[in-house]
Write a protein that binds this ligand. Structure first.
Ligand code: SAH
Length: 245
């Protein structure tokens, strides 16, 4: 039997946002690997083994997937949103680089999904309609100084921005610092949106000027979108015009 690994994005939460390509991969799989809440989204069936792992063991998980594929299994590694956005696709390639050179011949595919910022932007209107960037605010894998530098320079360049992993219990103060930097560069009137549990029944969307933003408005289930100086509201929608001066 020929094994393979497909790293698949399950989208932000609503099953309607899982692509057909990802559904087909899950149907053909013998093994599903991933962080517990994502694996729980997969319906159990005969012939399918579900491997649930903790969040912090991404490299081991990727290595395990590659080992199983070289044993002939058909393995789907699941991520939320898109697997290439702060998720498992890079971890898989890191494991590939560090592992056996035989693995380079394996059938490996990355199946895209709808990432949180795009689902959130669609629910809000079109806040990312002009140039934008995405920044992971977690300093687990990079120094906080670098995050501050990127934030400041992105604001100076006039980007709208999406922030992933904005604020966790283990680092409650950094998001307040991020807001300070944004206010210094963008002033207090630029719009910021907090999109929590996007596409899930518990979804909530809040948009305020930066001057009214509080750190408590964000948590790990929130993707934060800050506009640029042109971002504005029309009725209940937030959008950034396609042209800039
Ligand atoms: N690969 C994922 C991101 C993983 S990082 C993707 O492409 O979406 C995890 C972060 O993503 C969370 O801390 C949060 O900032 C964001 N996120 C993921 N799903 C979300 C959802 N349904 N609603 C709001 N934010 C979400």
């Amino acid at each position: 039997m020929t094994g393979w690994v497909q790293v698949a994005g399950l989208g932000p939460g609503d099953d309607g946002m899982i692509t057909q390509e990802v559904r087909d991969a899950i149907e053909e799989a013998t093994d599903i690997v991933g962080y517990i809440p994502y694996v729980r989204r997969i319906a159990p069936r005969d012939g399918l083994t579900l491997h649930e792992t903790d969040n912090r063991v991404e490299l081991n998980r990727a290595k395990h997937a590659l080992e199983m594929a070289s044993d002939g299994k058909r393995v789907v590694v699941v991520s939320s949103g898109d697997p290439g956005v702060f998720a498992m696709a890079s971890a898989l390639f890191e494991a590939l680089e560090a592992g056996s050179s035989d693995w380079l011949d394996l059938d490996i595919r990355i199946l895209p999904g709808i990432t949180a910022m795009l689902a959130a932007a669609a629910r809000l209107g079109a806040p990312l309609g002009h140039d934008f960037c995405a920044i992971n605010l977690s300093d687990n894998l990079k120094p906080w100084d670098l995050i501050e530098k990127r934030l400041r320079l992105a604001a100076q360049a006039g980007f709208a921005m999406a922030f992933y992993n904005p604020r966790s219990k283990t680092r409650p103060h950094q998001f307040g610092r991020a807001l300070e930097i944004l206010r210094e560069e963008y002033g207090s009137r630029t719009l910021i949106s907090f999109a929590k549990d996007v596409t899930k029944p518990s979804q909530s969307l809040t948009t305020v000027p930066l001057g009214d933003a509080l750190p408590e408005m964000a948590d790990m289930r929130t993707v934060v979108i800050v506009g640029n100086k042109d971002t504005r509201q029309v009725g209940r929608f937030v959008y950034t015009p396609r042209s800039a001066e």
